[in-house]
Design a protein around this ligand. Structure first.
Ligand SMILES: [Zn+2]
Length: 324
């Protein structure tokens, strides 16, 4: 539509009655959703566009495919778009992405998200785990100052798997052995007092020094004060790397070790565990292999770190690019 015609058309909008306004909004909604997605992909892509094959950042524009701009690498000739090689690359129905991400923000079930967005529930499930790759890998670089660390355990689950690696449990149930065993997934959570949080599914059974070396050490500024419960693995880990460490003895019911050092506690990380468990309940059990995605999801929502669909999509696209 030409500009003067558009102006005339636009000037008539206030004359619409309520049903007409609703009808107009509904008609524009998918196109507007698609426009937002495409422009965001372009915005974020522009900051770090490079060839997925040779990492060269010089390119020619090379036409469009499926609504996305294609680029051609000046060095090696490979063509790509801003989503190439990413979990979002072959996802269709981009006009519905924003609505779907809104459902992710609201922590809705697969079924509810599917009906809200108007896609099949298999699609909603697939999208959930594609879009969660972003939040899953969107971790703080480093933890600083006082760092609380504690592990939590969840019953290992092979929900949705075609073949079980063990005899089935009756009704999801409980572990056959008491205490910490190989039937439990061990989840390590650490956070500092600036609300930076990291998490990792470190393995099954009791926490080991090797697991702390692998998952916690790369994230610790060496000047931190590590606070944990009295589990021996933390003590050995701290000693091994010369990291200052305070242990609080939770079993004896002493949450805060000394009155003079009231900052020495693991209450923040324990509260995080609780929020995670409580939030996870709505999904009625999640498969162990998807746990890292749910941890990332929770981490994004926790403390209102991510509050818009746009932010979520940005994270998803950014992570792709930084890992290319
Ligand atoms: Zn190239």
């Amino acid at each position: 539509m030409r500009a003067p015609q558009f102006k005339q058309w636009f000037a008539k909008l206030p004359a619409l009655n309520v049903p007409q306004r609703i009808q107009t909004l509904a008609a524009l909604h998918p196109a507007a959703g698609l426009d937002r997605v495409i422009s965001l992909i372009d915005q974020v892509g522009a900051l770090m566009r490079r060839c997925p094959r040779c990492a060269c950042n010089r390119y020619h524009r090379h036409g469009q495919a499926n609504g996305l701009q294609r680029y051609r690498c000046r060095a090696c000739g490979r063509t790509y778009n801003d989503l190439s090689g990413s979990p979002l690359a072959r996802l269709r129905l981009r006009d519905k992405w924003f609505d779907y991400l809104g459902a992710v923000l609201d922590s809705t079930s697969v079924r509810a998200a599917a009906s809200r967005v108007g896609v099949h529930r298999n699609t909603a499930f697939r999208w959930r785990h594609r879009f969660l790759q972003g939040p899953r890998h969107d971790r703080p670089e480093r933890l600083d100052g006082i760092v609380e660390a504690d592990e939590m355990f969840m019953l290992e689950s092979q929900k949705g798997a075609r073949k079980l690696e063990r005899p089935a449990r009756k009704r999801g149930g409980r572990a056959s052995r008491r205490g910490i065993s190989r039937e439990l997934d061990c989840i390590l959570v650490a956070c500092d007092r600036s609300n930076r949080t990291i998490d990792a599914v470190v393995g099954r059974g009791a926490l080991t020094v090797a697991q702390l070396d692998r998952h916690l050490l790369p994230k610790l500024n060496r000047q931190v004060l590590l606070v944990s419960d009295s589990h021996a693995a933390y003590r050995s880990f701290a000693r091994k790397h010369g990291i200052a460490h305070e242990a609080v003895n939770l079993r004896a019911g002493i949450r805060v070790r000394r009155a003079s050092t009231s900052a020495i506690h693991v209450q923040n990380v324990n509260a995080y565990h609780q929020r995670f468990r409580q939030w996870l309940r709505r999904f009625h059990g999640v498969a162990s292999r998807y746990l890292p995605n749910y941890l990332g999801w929770r981490r994004a929502l926790d403390g209102g770190r991510v509050t818009s669909a746009e932010q979520l999509l940005r994270i998803a696209i950014k992570v792709i690019h930084s890992e290319r």
